[in-house]
Structures are given as structure tokens and as C-alpha cells.
Design a binder for this molecule. Sequence first.
Ligand code: ZN
Ligand code: ZN
Length: 244
Amino acid sequence: MAKRITVFLIAVTIIAAAGCSSGHKSSRPALPPGGGGTGTGTGTGTGTGTGTGTGGTYLEFDYIWAIGGGSATAAQLEAVKNNIQNLSNGLYAIGQGQQYIRKVTIRNNSSGGDIVTPVSVVASGKLGGGLWAKTSLGPDGWYITCGGLVDSYTFAHEHGHKEFALAGGVRKEEYTGSGCACVMSTGASGGRMQYCDDSNHNTADYSFDSCWTAIRSSTQMEHTDGNYSSGSGSQPITEVVIVN
Ligand SMILES: [Zn+2]
Ligand SMILES: [Zn+2]
């Protein structure tokens, strides 16, 4: 009984983009949409997802990944490509088998895109300057800026901001205060490679909803609070195309 998700649409009116004052915790990744900054405007993001298979409800993400500010070498592009399956597998794991990246088109020496990597950090996992990665609102919607070899935890953190407006459905963070047991926190603040739910969300520090509550309200993904069993089925393969 494959469920189908036909459209995943975000329409946001932003007064102030996620208040991430990059107070960078050190140990594990997932760093703040630091440069998100403040801005006004309207962003509309569209994407399509098609449910497939028999394993559950899938959100399938198709992304343009732009390498900006110059050209990466063929070897660098290949390394970015080879890292992407790992990013998809991370999303698949924390979504308990209900989401993955279906296709990525890497565009060399390009601008715009759902994911942007300055060529200066194409061979790095971080953006540098103390910043791991960030999520910002552009003319075409929310996009991630990250190193070409970003790790799956940091990517899942930014993906949570971009696609589900986590944390709380309002793009807050869960590494302030005592943190939360989820990917929207950091390793230094008890972060874990999962979305928090109503069984473990830190309600003492955060008045907004848990990640799973926010995700369930905006998608067809399902989760039973307290149940972190992995989904059945194998990790879907991500198609990656390089456009020079
Ligand atoms: Zn959370
Ligand atoms: Zn939480």
C-alpha cells in the first residue's frame, strides 16, 4: 500500500530568518544557520515527491547542488558526488525509511540551487570560519550552504531547517539551553542522529513542538513517539549527475 506524496510545498513569509547567532559548539557538527541573518521577503519553494515502493511513505528530494565562485576539478566533483549517498542514507535513517534523496544534479561553476558550495570549500566538510553549514532564504526559497564533503549529521540538520522548518516548525535551534536528543541539536548539547519526539523533547527549554510533531503536521511521514526502530527496506540509491 504505497502512499503517494505528490507535492511538497513550502510557502513562507519571513520576518526574520532563523535566529542563529552562531555560537558554535565544537564537538559534533550540526551548526547553525549562522549567516541566515535577518531579512524580509517572501520565499516560495516547490518540489515534488513521489511515493514509491512498498516499504512506506517516501519523501523523495530532487536537488540542484551548485558549486559557486569558480570551477571545481573533475576529481573534486567526483568526491562531492561520492559523498551524496551517505547524506541520503542519513536522511533515510532518521526518517525511519520514509525519505531519501532521489536525485542530485551537481552544477559546476554555477549559482543558485537547493544546495550551494563555495568552490573554496568544495573539498571540506565545513564552511570554515567556525561555521559548519547554514540554511538561508533566497529568491527561490530556502537553500543550504555547506562544504562539498559535508557530513550526514550536519546535512540532516540543515535539511531539517530547509524542508521541515525545524526546529518546532519555525526554524529555531535545539542546541541552546540544554539541547535536545535530535539532529537539530549538536553533539555538545546531547544531539543524536534522529528527530526528537514528544517522548524526549526538551520542553523545559523549548516551548515549540518536537521535531516529529512538526514533521507529522506538514508531511505524511509517520512516527510513533518513543519508537526509534529503523524502517524496513534497503537504502534507496541516489542518482547523481554532474553538469560542467
Ligand atoms: Zn528536535
Ligand atoms: Zn526537541
